[in-house]
Design a protein around this ligand. Structure first.
Ligand code: PEP
Length: 254
């Protein structure tokens, strides 16, 4: 059975103390309320990682991730943070290819393929984001866009490497907009993604791949989304900043 994951993306929110206090609440709520095998992952700014990882110690249903790494291993890259540094904090995951990084920081599939390699080499599990813009959907290019993002971003990985990778379908038009993809729209793309994985690797690899949905997910719409056969959890932005909302989404898998 593939792993169910609900990952929060705090983006550039919460100072150090605010982050610690929210995460402490999340850890306690997971301990008290989560009865299934799902994992709650919090992807915070770099400044929180070490402290959150300390708080998560001993709680196997909670893990911590970063939101970015540099594509180089080390060196003269002022202001950047390497995969090895992130790993050394105790973080287990890193979000790669988020649409905000593609859009505002010019990250393309070629760069993201390198970041994926560097993450895996340093023992971090990538949460690799793919998804079409509104223009691409309206032009009916969404399947092609997603196929290309997969081919150029992650399909060069060996089976062993790919098995450490989580995929996240995030239609760009649904991120932070309050517009969620319908469960049918999301399921259609998730099934397509799984089919691409099966074509590139094997059906068994595809069956074991965790594919998250992201885009204005909340406690109200998560049950219907997560009930779809190819949706294995969520990548949650806004709603991950409120412990009650985040936990209610995590608990859909109880
Ligand atoms: C995200 O940032 O990955 C995201 C899905 O944001 P939101 O849930 O706020 O749409």
């Amino acid at each position: 059975m593939r792993k169910k994951i609900v990952a929060g993306n705090w983006k550039m929110n919460l100072d150090y103390n605010e982050g610690l206090s929210l995460f402490s609440e999340i850890v306690n709520m997971v301990k008290d309320e989560v009865t299934g095998q799902q994992q709650a992952v919090v992807c915070s700014p770099f400044i929180h990682l070490y402290s959150l990882a300390q708080l998560a110690k001993g709680h196997d249903k909670v893990a911590v991730g970063a939101q970015n790494i540099n594509d180089h291993e080390a060196g003269a890259y002022t202001g950047e943070t390497s995969a090895k540094m992130v790993k050394s904090t105790g973080a287990a995951y890193v979000i790669l290819g988020h649409s905000e990084r593609r859009q505002y920081f010019g990250e393309d599939n070629k760069l993201l393929a390198v970041k994926t390699d560097v993450a895996l080499k340093n023992g971090l599990k990538p949460i690799f984001c793919i998804g079409e813009t509104l223009d691409e959907r309206e032009a009916e290019q969404h399947f092609d866009v997603i196929k290309t993002q997969l081919q150029e971003g992650v399909f060069h990985l060996s089976t062993e490497e790919f098995s450490q990778t989580v995929l996240a379908y995030e239609p760009v038009w649904a991120i932070g907009t309050g517009k969620t993809a319908t469960a049918e729209q999301a399921q259609e793309i998730h099934a397509f993604i799984r089919e691409q994985v099966a074509n590139n690797y094997t059906q068994e690899v595809a069956d074991n791949t965790t594919i998250l949905y992201g885009g204005s997910a909340n406690p109200k719409n998560a049950p219907e989304l997560f009930a779809q056969p190819d949706i294995d959890g969520g990548l949650i932005g806004g709603a991950s900043l409120k412990s009650r909302d985040f936990l209610d989404i995590v608990k859909v898998f109880n």
